[in-house]
Structure formats: structure tokens, C-alpha cells
Design a protein around this ligand. Structure first.
Ligand SMILES: Cc1ncc(COP(=O)(O)O)c(C=O)c1O
Length: 414
């Protein structure tokens, strides 16, 4: 009898404590709104405004829910998903972030008025886990993806969080589904964290509820081997991003409108779109990749140039890694600056254009073979040199990712 009374009292205290904690969080959020983010920042303890890995729960799939794994040689990008997913809800009315949970992979149920469905209140990330030559699994520079994800969240009024906490939760998810990380250096496990606004209310406004989830899919090589260099359509009538816009955020709303232009490129016999901006036809990005140009300047020196992070360009993790690796190589100048189509054409005509290549998590480094521009086809000799830079960079990145040597960009997950 006495024990039951004690248990009841403990339950009562615990439930009040939880409610009190939620009330404190809710109060913090309201204070933040009242003071404005700048002033509030001085008082902010970021850890109050995040979910916690220490509260993660895991529910494993039943044996009958487990899917069969595809043949790695037949893997196509984004077609097959693993057995589990990570889900974390955010409800402002309940004090913000709720406890993270790993659960069997499932469909998501949404209110038909959910903000994500009407106003594209949505963002996502893309990163990869690799099975190293030593059998250990490594994720490539996840901290950079977390920074970018929080930047995108700020751009859509979705809640931010402590990136390290999400990395730890995702690492646990990868461990749970570790058999899905391909045992092959041509393949990897693609990780797709996604954050959506789920308020079931119409009206263009900030979403007070959100869902952050992460799904995983094993992926093979992005392009066919032996047929890897891509042809581009550069049509100045289309624009992907503009100053003051959100081209530097990984928000779903940046991608939907590109589909009709990509379809036009395919109809014209090209594989990808080279996105131009402005009257001087600046090159910005290629498909969903950043772009690099290697050329010889008038002094006979090699220069690796890439467009600057001026708001029109997604700050790619691969882009940053390539710049850092090229700096280590040390045998070329590296410039982050505006590149126009005029310059590309002139360098090609003067035989000073050596390579053009795209960079991104999905394809790593992708050589470019031609550009269809204002009715003419510009041939790019990217793959015609004996030791192209794109290949050196790709091999180096791949050696880091697959653990050929230890490197701080790819630490094995425990
Ligand atoms: C528009 C765009 N540019 C560039 C990139 C390359 O970024 P990352 O190297 O981080 O994959 C991506 C892919 O995420 C992209 O969607």
C-alpha cells in the first residue's frame, strides 16, 4: 500500500516536471519572439532549443517488415530505402522539439492543409555514408550539412537545432541499418534529412509545427562508367536563382521549377542545364552541382576558378572540399569569382580552357564535355588530358571517403 502511494506520488511529480519543462521552453520561445532574435541571442542557451540524442528511442522493425536488399550493381539513385527512419516532431505549443525516435520505415500522414503541401515550407540535405576498405562506416563532413540545414531552416521560418545532436541520431540510424551500407567502393548510403512545416492551416505564415525526418537509400554510381562526361544546355532565358532570393538554401522550392528546363535540355540532346544569371550570362551552377573551370591564364599559369558564394549558389560541401584539396595540391591559383559565358567561349577559342567539371555529393566530380549555347556547341576538352585535375580530385575525395587513409573529414561512426 505504502509503495503504491509512493509510486503515485513519483508519477505525479514526474508528469508535473515534464509539463513545467515544456512551459519553460514555450516561455523561451515567446520571449524570443518578443525581444527579437538579435537581442535574444545574448541570453540564448542553444541547447535549450534542440532535441537531444540522449532522449532517442529505437523501435526495431519486425522480421516481416524487413525488405530484401538490392544487388549493388543495379542500384539506381533514390529508388530503394532502408528498413528504418528517424522522426522528430516540433510543436511550439508543446515547448518545441520533442524526443527523437527511430522507427520502422513508414508513410507519413499529413493534414491536407499542411504548409509543406501548399507553400513548400520544406528543406532537405543530402550526404553520404561509405563502407571503408577497413569495413568501418564513415560519413563525409556531416557538420557542414548541418550548418547548411540550419541556414535553410532560418530561410523558411522552420525551427533550428543543434546539428551535432542530429548527427548523433543519424549515426545511430545508420548503425541500425548498417547492413544496407553497400560493401563496394562504387556505392554508398545516401542520407536525406528533411524538415517540413506540418501546421494544418492555410495562409502563408510560419509553421508552428514541423517534422524533421531522415531516410536512407543505398546508391550506386551516379553516371554510367565510361560515359560519365556530361553535355549541357546553357539557355539565358532561364534563371535558377537571383540576388536577394534563396538559391543558396537547400529548399524544395528551388528544385521543382527546374524540371521543365531540365526536360528542355533532354529534348535538345543535352544531359544537364548550365544555369546562367544576368545580362552578361554568368555561369552559376550545373544541374544540382557547383561548377569549376580549370584554364591557363595569360601568364601561362593554371587557374582553378569557381563562382563565388554570392547568394546565387548553393554552398556545396564538395565545392568547399575541392577548394581545400586544390589548395593542398598547390600547383594552381584558386579563384572564387564571377565567370561569364564570354570568358568560357574566349578561353576555348584560344585553347586555354582545360577542364570544366561539376561537383556534388551525388556524383562527386562530373566532367563536362560540351555546352549548347546560343545555337552553337562549345566542345570542352575536360577528359582529353592525360592526368586531368577532376580525376585527381575525385580520386583523392574517394580515398578519404572509403577510408584509404585516416582523415578528419571522414571519421568512422562508432
Ligand atoms: C543546386 C545544388 N548545387 C550544388 C550542390 C552540391 O552540393 P554538395 O556538394 O553539398 O552536395 C547541390 C547538391 O546538394 C545542389 O542541389
Amino acid at each position: 500500500m505504502a509503495i503504491n502511494t509512493a509510486q503515485c506520488a513519483c508519477r505525479w511529480i514526474l508528469s508535473r516536471q515534464l509539463k513545467f519543462k515544456q512551459a519553460v521552453r514555450s516561455c523561451h520561445l515567446q520571449t524570443k519572439q518578443a525581444l527579437g532574435p538579435e537581442e535574444y541571442k545574448q541570453y540564448e542557451d542553444e541547447s535549450e532549443f534542440t532535441f537531444k540524442f540522449s532522449e532517442l528511442t529505437t523501435t526495431l522493425a519486425e522480421p516481416n517488415q524487413l525488405r530484401s536488399k538490392p544487388d549493388v550493381s543495379e542500384l539506381k539513385f533514390g529508388q530503394v530505402f532502408t528498413d528504418h527512419m528517424l522522426k522528430i516532431f516540433y510543436h511550439e505549443a508543446l515547448g518545441g522539439w520533442q524526443k527523437p525516435a527511430i522507427i520502422p520505415f513508414e508513410n507519413i500522414s499529413l493534414h491536407p492543409a499542411a504548409k509543406v503541401l501548399h507553400y513548400a515550407i520544406e528543406l532537405f540535405e543530402g550526404l553520404k555514408a561509405y563502407r571503408g576498405v577497413d569495413g568501418k562506416i564513415r560519413v563525409f563532413r556531416p557538420d557542414l550539412n548541418m550548418n547548411r540545414m540550419n541556414l535553410s531552416a532560418k530561410g523558411t521560418g522552420l525551427p533550428t537545432f543543434d546539428g551535432m545532436e542530429l548527427i548523433k541520431c543519424m549515426n545511430r540510424l545508420i548503425q541500425v541499418d548498417q547492413e544496407w551500407v553497400p560493401h563496394s567502393e562504387a556505392s554508398s548510403l545516401y542520407i536525406r534529412p528533411t524538415l517540413i512545416g506540418i501546421d494544418g492551416t492555410l495562409g502563408v505564415a510560419k509553421s508552428n509545427s514541423a517534422l524533421l525526418y531522415t531516410i536512407l537509400c543505398p546508391v550506386g554510381a551516379y553516371f554510367d562508367k565510361g560515359n560519365e562526361s556530361v553535355s549541357l544546355l546553357a539557355d539565358p532565358t532561364y534563371t535558377r536563382a537571383w540576388p536577394g532570393g534563396c538559391g543558396d538554401r537547400k529548399m524544395g522550392s528551388n528544385y521543382g521549377p527546374t524540371i521543365r528546363v531540365q526536360s528542355k535540355a533532354v529534348r535538345k540532346g543535352c544531359q544537364q542545364v548550365l544555369w546562367l544569371y544576368g545580362e552578361d550570362h554568368q555561369i552559376t551552377e550545373v544541374g544540382t552541382m557547383n561548377i569549376f573551370m580549370l584554364y591557363v591564364n595569360e601568364q601561362g599559369e593554371k587557374v582553378l576558378a569557381t563562382p563565388p558564394l554570392n547568394g546565387l549558389i548553393l554552398p556545396g560541401v564538395t565545392r568547399q572540399s575541392i577548394i581545400e584539396l586544390a589548395q593542398e595540391l598547390g600547383n594552381m591559383q584558386i579563384q572564387q569569382r564571377t565567370i561569364t559565358m564570354n570568358e568560357v567561349v574566349r578561353l576555348q577559342q584560344e585553347n586555354r580552357l582545360l577542364e570544366l567539371f561539376g561537383s556534388g555529393t551525388a556524383c562527386v566530380v562530373s566532367p563536362i564535355s560540351s555546352i549548347d549555347y546560343l545555337g552553337s556547341s562549345i566542345q570542352i576538352p575536360t577528359t582529353q588530358h592525360s592526368k586531368p585535375l577532376y580525376e585527381t580530385l575525385r580520386n583523392r575525395l574517394s580515398a578519404i571517403q572509403y577510408g584509404h587513409f585516416e582523415h578528419p573529414w571522414a571519421i568512422p561512426i562508432e
